[in-house]
Structure formats: C-alpha cells, structure tokens
Design a protein around this ligand. Structure first.
Ligand code: NAD
Length: 493
C-alpha cells in the first residue's frame, strides 16, 4: 500500500462520463473530496464518452450534479469544475486513445499531477477488456507515476466470464493496480466489523463455534425492480447481491484476525475465509438455497408483469441460503443469508446469535414460567441507521425472579452520520491513495463465483413455482423452513 501525502495528485480518466452512475455518485464524491481538501490543486478529471460535448458542456453537467449535494460556499463549484475536462471518445476505436493520451499529458503538465494516472471504468462491462487492451496498446500507461484501474460491477456473470475478464485486465494492469468496486465495502458499519471484532476482547474471544450459534445477514430492499428491470432480469438476486455484497460481508465476519491492518493482510484473510466456505454439491446447493419471486401487491405488478421483464421469467428476486465453513473457528455454525426485493423494509443488518447458557438456573425461580432465557444477539446495523446493539438477559424489576431481554444500543449521531463519507467518496479516496483494503481481490471474486455457480446451474435447469412471496413480507415460507429444520428462526421475521 502506498500512502501519498494527504493531497492527492492524479489525472482521473473517467470512461462513461455521461452515464447515470457518474452523475449520481462519482462527481458528488469527487467534489466532496475536493471540499475536504483531499483533492486540491494537483488533480484533473478527464471525462470521456461518445457524446460530442465540449469542456464547457461537461463542466455544466458536473456543476448540475454537485449542486444536488452541497451549497456553493466560497466559489467552490467554480474552483472544482476548473479541474474538469472532457474528451469525446469511442472506447472501441484505438485511434481515439491517441487523442486521449495527448489530453492526459497536457493535464499532467497543467496540474502537476506527477504523472499519476487513475482510469475509472463506469461503463457496460462488455467494454472493460477492450478499454484495458487499448490503454496498453496505445501507450496510455504512465512510465513514472502510478497506474490504477477502478472497475465497476458486475465482475463477470459466472466464474468463467469473470476469469476471462480478469485475464483481459491483467494483460494491462497488475492485480495490485486493480480496484474492483463493491460499494458495500465503502459502508461505515461494514468497515466497523473489523473494529468491533479485533478491537474488543469481549467480542473476539466469543467469536467462534463455542459461543456463537448462528450468524444471519439480511440485505432487505422494499422496492421492486423499478427502471432497472431489463438489467435485473438478466442478473437476478444471486448475481446482483449474493455473489458480491453478501459474500464480502460474510468474508469480513468469518475471516481470521489479520497480522496487521494492511490491505494485503486483510484481503488475504478474507480470501482464506472464502476458500474455507464449503463448496456445495448440486444436491447440497438445492437443499441449502431458497429462491423467490415477488407476487402482485397493493402497489405493484407481480415481477413477470413489470415493464422490461420476460413474462415467463424465472429470474429470482429473492435468495436465502445457509452457508457453512470448513474451519476450526466455524465448525457447525451456519451463516444464514438472505436478500430480496419488495420485502418488509429497506435495511441491511447482521445478527450474531449466541448460544444459550447450557443450564437455565432460573427455571426453578418464582414466576420463571413467564420468561425463558433468550439467546444473546449482537446486531450490526449497516443501513439505514448505522450502529450496533447487544441483547442480554437481565432481571425484571420487582418481586420474584423473572428475566427479560435488555438491549444495549449504540447508534451514530446525526453529527457522526454527517461526517461519514458516502461509500463512493470513501472508495474513490482509497483508490487514489493506493489503499485496496475495501476492494474485492480476484481470489475473493473467484471463490464467490465458484460457490454461487453451483446453485445457478441447478436453478437454471428447474422450473420454479413463481411467484411465491407476498410484497411487504420477509420472503417465501421456504426461507423460514430453511432455519426451522435446524430448530432456528430468523431474528427479523
Ligand atoms: P449508463 O448506461 O448510464 O452509462 C454508460 C456510459 O457509457 C455513458 O456515458 C455512455 O455514453 C458510455 N458509452 C457507451 N458506449 C460507449 C462507447 N462505445 N464509447 C464510449 N463511451 C460509451 O451506465 P451507468 O448506469 O452509469 O453504469 C456504469 C457502470 O456502473 C456499469 O458497469 C454498471 O453496472 C455500474 N453500476 C451502476 C450503478 C448505477 O446506479 N447506475 C450502480 C452500480 C453499478
């Protein structure tokens, strides 16, 4: 990991500069880094796409996008857009890269960026390999500064396509120059998992099969597919949420303590954790995965009648699964994960359910029939309100001896939330600083794809009975049965 001084020096070349992601997330993130002083004099943004825009048109678009997030204080809009430039460019035309190279070189001289180059691919994934190849063949790599590639999801559709994409990228960039975006890794509370675990003896000493009964990860969305239907129907919840975001959260929960808190060590431990995830046979996968598709509700069509969706689609809008690790730490501890659209709420959380005391000594106490001991639960709230809580058993106030749950809670204050950078801002900053802690490595991605490919293959050869869950619920009944057969239930029902 190379840590530069706090002020970052680089030319950022953005492929897909007129796209939705650039407008909604990338320009505001860069502007925030500028407002906070991480980007100052020595940087330039060179936007590219097919549209024949001038620099001035691009700057007007950037200004429009940053207006949505912050007021203009002390002429900051003007100061920022003076660093923004545009080059019309067809990524499939090798000759266009020559012009791009000239522009980058001019900006390097003008802004004193020490020849550091960051390329950001915010485009349809089918172009990623082509862009990387042209960057190399047309000589866009810097000889004496850094070269980095930030790449958007999805990283492949399955293991084979991901492997092919990785091969194409690594013909131009080394693994340590590639920053694969998974914006869940930019979330405050996902990053906080390491602090909670490795910063607290009280937590980490219990973090194993002796004390933990099961771990539940829920990424719940309350909306349907909306305008992303065309993309989503080709993808589904397994590819869109499980292979990447859920696997990344699970890896942070399951990994061993890194030797030091550096990107290489952390990524290595996450990769090892994913290697110890039991790879299911097709029969095991079928038994341990549940899929669902939403039915019509009060305010929505059923999935198959959404605009842009195949009326016979078997694409899943819901997945629940039981994962198992073949490791000493997690022997016999299931990780139950689930995600879906049009569920009961919009939230992301992790519930760590501890084992019950072996002996309930209160069972003979007066009034004890009123309350049995509950399992302790450590909940990590990732979205929308970051924080955590620990549910303990405590004596109920009054005569007799009855226990009741008592919850210790911590939530970020509004001031803390205001200070917390958006995931894209944090990740942009990390990539510019050369810190790859919060990006997915190839090894992690490969393992995650190999794990989900097995169930994808099973599902693609079977006709499910869809739709099978009601909007506003937590999914199909089979997801409850997945836990019930182990004598367990979801913490959030
Ligand atoms: P988009 O379709 O809105 O934009 C695509 C961009 O690519 C446009 O600027 C377009 O002009 C440009 N483009 C297309 N063909 C080109 C060519 N031949 N040469 C040069 N430019 C060309 O896409 P988006 O929604 O901004 O998504 C970009 C990437 O980010 C994708 O990989 C997507 O999966 C990922 N992503 C997007 C979102 C989101 O919220 N939009 C969320 C997560 C990930």
């Amino acid at each position: 990991m190379t840590i530069l001084s706090t002020e970052i020096k680089a030319v950022i070349t953005l492929f897909g500069a007129t796209g939705d992601l650039a407008k909604r997330k990338l320009y505001p993130s860069l502007f925030n880094l500028f407002r906070k002083g991480f980007l100052a004099d020595n940087f330039a943004l060179l936007g590219t796409s097919r549209s024949a825009w001038s620099d001035e048109e691009f700057q007007a678009n950037v200004r429009e996008s940053i207006q949505k997030i912050a007021e203009d204080k002390d002429g900051q809009y003007d100061a920022f857009v003076k660093h923004c430039f545009y080059q019309p460019h067809d990524v499939t035309n090798p000759e266009h890269y020559d012009k791009l190279n000239d522009r980058i070189a001019d900006l390097e001289t003008k802004f004193g960026t020490e020849n550091n180059r960051l390329f950001y691919m915010s485009m349809a994934p089918r172009f990623f390999g082509t862009i990387a190849a042209n960057i190399k063949s047309q000589g866009l790599l810097s000889d004496d500064g850094f070269n980095r590639l930030v790449i958007e999801k999805p990283f492949g559709r399955d293991f084979e396509s991901a492997k092919q994409l990785n091969k194409e990228l690594t013909e131009t960039f080394d693994e340590n120059q590639i920053y694969r975006i998974d914006h869940y890794l930019g979330k405050e509370m996902v990053q906080n998992i390491s602090a909670l675990r490795f910063g607290n003896t009280a937590i980490e000493s219990l973090w194993n099969h002796r004390y933990i009964d099961n771990i539940q990860v829920t990424l719940s969305e309350d909306m349907g597919v909306e305008e992303r239907a065309g993309y989503y129907d080709q993808s589904g919840a397994l590819r869109d949420m499980v292979q990447n975001h859920i696997m990344q959260v699970v890896a942070q929960l399951a990994m061993e303590q890194p030797l030091t808190f550096t990107d290489q060590e952390i990524r290595e431990e996450k990769a090892k954790a994913l290697r110890s995830l039991r790879k299911y046979t097709p029969q095991e996968a079928a038994a341990n995965f549940v899929r669902g598709q939403y039915a019509a509700g009060d305010n929505n069509n059923d999935y198959r009648h959404e605009d842009g969706v195949d009326p016979e689609s078997i694409t899943e809008t819901y997945v629940a699964a039981k994962l198992s690790f073949d490791s000493e730490r997690w022997a016999g501890v299931p990780f139950y994960v689930r995600t879906g659209k049009l569920l009961a709420g919009k939230f992301t959380r992790v519930d760590v359910v501890f084992k019950k005391p072996l002996l309930d000594i209160f069972s003979n106490a007066a009034n004890s029939h009123e309350q049995k001991l509950n399992q302790n639960v450590l909940t990590i709230y990732i979205d929308p309100k970051p924080g955590f809580s620990l549910t303990l058993n405590a004596k109920k106030v009054g005569q007799g001896y009855t226990t009741e749950p008592a919850m210790l809670e911590f939530f970020h204050s509004d001031e803390q939330k205001a200070l917390s950078p958006e995931p894209y801002e944090r990740l942009f900053h990390d990539a510019l600083e050369g810190n790859s802690t919060n990006f997915a490595s190839w090894s992690e991605i490969a393992d995650a794809w190999q794990f989900v490919d097995v169930i994808r293959d099973v599902w693609d050869h079977e006709s499910p009975e869809f739709p099978n869950y009601t909007p506003g619920t937590m999914g199909p009944k089979e997801a409850d049965e997945l836990l019930a057969r182990d004598g367990r239930e979801w913490v959030v029902k």
